[in-house]
Design a protein around this ligand. Structure first.
Ligand code: C5P
Length: 237
């Protein structure tokens, strides 16, 4: 895949003007943008249309989770909205994932596995399971694949386990990316560099603050694409 096509910039901003400011300054170098709950609740579908009209592709990160009938209806609307990539919670179960797939048939439909905000202790105590997060992610990745979903969203630490469980044709999208030169990990618990994530098997990288918080978002995005192209750099190990 062209390194440029791997990049998805997270528009974690509260309103249209902020979002379109980034879209306009990043296109055409960046073509893919993630719209999450906050921005979608604020601006709704017109913003999706605006990004698309400018030539961008939208990953609508709503993490749908409800009964199959409700998720199917929502996914159908997203399909007709021209959304390129969207997601559902794998924990909604196989029937829900299948219903979403039927309603969103052509573009990228991903399963969200275990949120990066949950740790092992919470998963064990709150969900009442003995399984490790890695095992759960692998089981749900395989279940998503069986229901015809394209791939999963997972943390950098789960890229390799997902690849082992679901193979090379399954799409892996990961947040938690920090170039070496970026200021800090912010609230990301475990981070990896763009090149390391791709080396480990990620297809798409969701990157927010290292780009949107940079003095020049365009230069920061260009630097990341260049690093992905550059064969000579070293990996984290
Ligand atoms: O940290 P950054 O600004 O690059 O975040 C990009 C995306 O990563 C966010 O839109 C969110 O979906 C995801 N994220 C996460 N875990 C965190 C913080 C952000 O998965 N702790």
């Amino acid at each position: 895949m062209n390194p440029q096509d791997r990049l998805i910039v997270a528009l974690d901003v509260p309103c249209r003007d902020d979002a379109m400011g980034y879209v306009d300054s990043l296109l055409p170098e960046v073509r893919q943008f993630k719209v999450g709950l906050e921005l979608f609740c604020a601006e709704g579908r017109p913003l999706l249309d605006e990004i698309r009209d400018r030539g961008g592709r939208v990953f609508l990160d709503l993490k749908l989770h409800d009964i199959p009938n409700t998720v199917e209806s929502a996914a159908r609307i997203l399909h007709h909205s021209g959304v390129w990539m969207t997601n559902v919670h794998a924990s909604g179960g196989p029937d829900m994932m299948r219903a979403a797939r039927e309603a969103f048939p052509e573009e990228q439909l991903l399963a969200v596995t275990v949120l990066t905000s949950l740790d092992q202790r919470t998963v064990n105590e709150f969900w009442g399971t003995e399984y490790g997060i890695e095992q759960i992610v692998q089981r749900w990745a395989v279940a998503a694949q069986e229901e015809g979903l394209n791939g999963v969203v997972c943390s950098p630490r789960e890229i390799e386990p997902v690849r082992r469980a679901a193979g090379s044709q399954f799409t892996v999208v990961t947040p938690g990316i920090r170039p070496r030169w970026a200021a800090s990990g912010d609230d990301q618990r475990r981070v990896t560099t763009p090149r390391q994530a791709v080396f480990n098997g990620a297809d798409y990288l969701v990157i927010g603050r290292p780009i949107t918080g940079a003095e020049s978002p365009k230069d920061a995005a260009g630097k990341i694409v260049k690093e992905l192209r550059d064969e000579a750099g070293d990996y984290d190990g």
